[in-house]
Design a protein around this ligand. Structure first.
Ligand SMILES: Cc1cc2nc3c(=O)[nH]c(=O)nc-3n(C[C@H](O)[C@H](O)[C@H](O)COP(=O)(O)OP(=O)(O)OC[C@H]3O[C@@H](n4cnc5c(N)ncnc54)[C@H](O)[C@@H]3O)c2cc1C
Length: 354
């Protein structure tokens, strides 16, 4: 019997397991092959940018990102393109540009040896019997089951655990599509593109060595292919070189535009990271929230395991306030008229010599 079973070894799950793994008997199930990267058919779709908020939590955790995780170019500029208002602005902001799979492999490499990490393990379902969780999963074609006193869902935006607790509720509202293209010219900035014909959220381009990553987050009900193709046409017209596609991936994306969309769990089942809905509603930055929620849950487990969910709710008060603040900022980024006023003013923007 395990003390705690954590499903998902992304930034949230790997961080939680690292923080509690010496004191408790922890099982960590992960469908990706994070110990043998390249062997897995699963891949996390991600822009791979560590934003300043996430850099700050990494610093607080006493961590520095190793060179093998980084990819060039390192980015200091956001190029903001507003299609309907026909305005472009450049803003100074420091990102760490990384290879997402390598980042997750590195986080997993920090786990204490006592953590029982099983990669290639696809969690299927849980049921409760005699006050403990029976956890069923599949590994290399075989079905297995384990028991644990506490269950943590760190299984991302389309969390199987959350869907089992609250079926048909809190489903992600966005699908993100990302495509990689080989390119001969590197654009040394992260572009954020606002175009209401594509999405009420935003689209992006991110350079990765000799490639450019092109992505957009489209509401689930939208006509995905038509909008994605329109988005690419717009980029090609602006001079982006998108002829040599290497790969294309999709993923669900949470966007908590209302604090009620954050769901932390029930009793001895808790959710962290994007499984709980922790992600920025303005930028889809998720690393800082994954780390913060993992830290909050690790402290709750240590300090008040009897009333875990109440303690975790208490410890994430600031994170909820942060989501509320982001939502207050949202109209200035996503209402066409307000965005026009902000961008036209040139406030905090800079000129770029091309
Ligand atoms: C297209 C896109 C681009 C993004 N770009 C950025 C960015 O540049 N910077 C940023 O900060 N955030 C970005 N985000 C958000 C960020 O990726 C997430 O918020 C962050 O990864 C959340 O971490 P997590 O650990 O909660 O979940 P995840 O990283 O999603 O990890 C969940 C883990 O659970 C595993 N898992 C899922 N289901 C099962 C199962 N049934 N059995 C076993 N394992 C399972 C998955 O394989 C995965 O490893 C982006 C998101 C998307 C969709």
């Amino acid at each position: 019997m395990y003390d705690i079973a954590v499903i998902g070894a992304g930034p949230a799950g790997a961080t939680l397991a690292r923080l509690i793994g010496k004191k408790y008997k922890v099982l960590l199930l992960e469908r990706r092959e994070l110990l043998n990267p390249g062997d897995s058919s699963w891949e996390k779709t991600c822009g791979g940018l560590i934003a300043p908020d996430a850099q700050q939590v990494l610093a607080q955790l006493g961590l520095g990102v190793p060179g093998k995780v980084l990819v060039g170019p390192q980015l200091f500029t956001v190029r903001t393109i507003d299609i309907q208002n026909n305005i472009e602005r450049y803003y100074q902001r420091n990102y760490i540009n990384i290879v997402r799979e390598r980042f997750d492999c590195w986080l997993v490499s920090l786990l204490p040896s006592a953590v029982d990490l099983r990669c290639g393990a696809l969690f299927k379902r849980y049921f409760i019997k005699n006050n403990c969780f029976n956890i069923e999963y599949k590994l290399k074609g075989k079905e297995y089951a384990e028991k644990a006193k506490y269950l943590v869902g760190a299984d991302g935006a389309f969390s199987t655990i959350r869907r089992q607790i609250v079926p048909a509720f809190f489903q992600p509202k966005y699908i993100a599509v990302q495509e990689w293209f080989k390119t001969s010219k590197t654009q040394p900035y992260f572009s954020a593109i606002f175009d209401r014909e594509i999405t009420d959220f935003y689209s992006w381009t991110i350079p990765k060595e000799d490639c450019i990553l092109v992505g957009t987050a489209i509401p689930v009900q939208g006509s995905l292919n038509r909008k994605y193709n329109l988005f690419k046409e717009r980029l090609i017209k602006r001079g982006f070189e998108l002829q040599r596609s290497i790969k294309k991936k999709g993923a669900f994306l949470q966007r908590p535009q209302n604090i009620k969309q954050i769901f932390l769990g029930n009793g001895n089942i808790t959710l962290i990271g994007e499984a709980a809905g922790w992600i920025s509603p303005t930028s889809a930055e998720g690393f800082s929230y994954a780390f913060h929620s993992a830290v909050a849950l690790s402290q709750s487990i240590e300090q008040n395991p009897e009333n875990l969910i109440q303690e975790y709710i208490k410890k994430t008060r600031r994170l909820r306030l942060n989501i509320i603040q982001k939502n207050m900022k949202l109209p200035f980024m996503y209402k066409q008229f307000l965005r026009k006023v902000v961008m036209k003013s040139g406030l905090l923007s800079m000129d770029i010599k091309k």
